[in-house]
Write a protein that binds this ligand. Sequence first.
Ligand code: G16
Length: 570
Amino acid sequence: EMDLDLLSRLREAADEFPPPPGEKYSYGTAGFRADGSRLGSTVFRTGVLAALRSLKTEKVIGLVITASHNHEHHNGIKIADPDGGMLTLDWEEYAEMMANAGNSDLLLKVVEDVIKREDIQGGSPSGKVFLARDTRSTGPALIEAARKGIEAVQGVVAENKGILTTPQLHWMVRATNKDEIGSELQYFQTLSNAFRLLLDLGPSNLFKPETLIVDASNGVGASKILELGQKLEALDMEIRNTGGKGNVLNYLVGADFVQKEKVFPLNFDASSDQDKRCVSVDGDADRLVYFYFGPSQTDKSLAMHLLDGDKIMALFSSFILDQLRMMEKSTNFVGESDSRPPNVVIPGYGTVKLGVVQTAYANGASTNYLQQKLGLEVALTPTGVKHLHARAEAYDIGIYFEANGHGTILMQESFVDWLREHGNTLPSVEGRTAVKRLVAVSELFNSGVGDALSGILMVEIILRYREWSIQQWDSIYTDLPSKQLTIKGVDRSLITTTADETRVKSIPQLQDAIDVEVAKYKAGRSFVRPSGTENLVRVYAEAATQESAVTLAEAVGRLILQYLQAAPES
Ligand code: G16
């Protein structure tokens, strides 16, 4: 039984952070998000939750204060579970119950209930929660609220790690729980060692490409990418949008802006930056998209060319597949044609299951490339890395990416263990080299969440191996024209969708009207869903030409207004 002392301390501490009246907090796609000035109670309470989770798992938990791609004045919370992944889905309900408890008495009831349901033991517990934040101005006050929440639970301490990217904190939690060195320095060492090793394992006389230009979204990524770059002589980077006075986080800069608007971020110039290889990260550096400015496909004018999460995943998938094929070939294995990908057979190990995971936002051309050209199994999940991640765990190597640039390469620990223990028994040098590369890739990638820094290093490695320019990489397939819009000022909660998010369930007439609209367009596809991170509804449309994709998106946007506007905003 939990010490009663716990409850008295908690009540007193909670009284300091009363919830704003009338606010309803939902855990959403990636934790709570709201205006930073209205998050004190929610952050305090989520601190309590993280502390309980630490007592339950007897491991370190992570809590990062960030609203990632959202506006500077927004803020939010992401929780890292002991394995470095996102908070287990069954605890999201507890988080919501706590955040929405109307006063300290009600909060105590919820906490007691969670303690009972999870059978959390008192006694002499010693829990620990790592704290970190991004560069938002409301961060320091919210870190304090989180600390008070964590330490209101008896036997749990908060350890403030300062300003970090979200993936760094996830990485540090995982490493610490595995009894490895979980410091930020070690994070940089691990990534840079893996990068150097992959360079060494590459074809001889690797070429060194032009400088990579980084758009750091005026956020935490700027200083961290700089630090990484200083460790890597072989990687020339020029970092822009590094924050500072007057340069607003995520405003006309960063991965979310570049991917959604398909225009150059601030401080990039069409003519002086023409053909250069550029990459944007988002506000907490867990997403990346590449881009360049070059002649458009349709006329001679200069246009922005986006290489989104889908194209990054296509590059990664083909690289991984190459390595598996080399291993397979190394064993002189003559397989049946149906033993080809997705299931490469490595004698000694057996079938290596390789699969990729996308969402409905994936460009149709990318899905086609992955399935037809690479022969891979493509799984679809709802939006949110937590869903893609869980699905990717079904494979020995699961690669997942959202079109917005959030993703990673996930390898089963048992598979990596096998590579380490038995990989050197493969008869050919090529096969053994491929094994070493895969092990290095497993080190390079964060096995908990997407990490823009890992993503950048991987892209840069593969382009060097293949001696590809960004333009050559871009040409592996041509995106179907698409358009994304957001509709504000409506009650997004009125829209619920089918599990795959492609059809509206709650208002059948709206879906019927969308169907009628889509049918008017050649290669038309469109869907709408409520955002889980912002108070708006998202529209996605694809069609045979850019012009028609835009017209279709706008028509569907008007339908949303028509069917929802009568209702008040919530
Ligand atoms: C978060 C999630 C992503 C999701 C994005 C947009 O990203 O981690 O998986 O794609 O929100 O979600 P929604 O469409 O529901 O607003 P981030 O980078 O903001 O943490």
